[in-house]
Design a protein around this ligand. Structure first.
Ligand code: SF4
Length: 73
């Protein structure tokens, strides 16, 4: 699974962090959701590749994001 967060449209509600804090966090700089450092692709805050055991909860976070900006592929 690959994850892409459209960070510029994040409303910082914290839902994704509540559902899967092992993968998502709110940035200390802009308060938008970002991928935790170990799972980033090429160091990109907005793109990540999670371990399989987190995929179910990441799917749940994507479903619950109120602005639907967590994209999975
Ligand atoms: S659930 Fe969506 S809007 Fe809320 S913090 Fe996460 S990415 Fe941003």
């Amino acid at each position: 699974m690959k994850v892409k967060i459209q960070r510029d449209e994040c409303i910082s509600c914290g839902t994704c962090v509540d559902v899967c804090p092992e993968f998502f966090e709110l940035s200390g700089d802009d308060n938008f959701s970002q991928v935790l450092e170990p799972y980033r692709i090429s160091g990109d805050l907005s793109r990540g590749e999670p371990p399989p055991e987190l995929e179910e909860r990441i799917q749940e976070a994507a479903d619950l994001c109120p602005v639907q900006i967590i994209h999975l592929s």
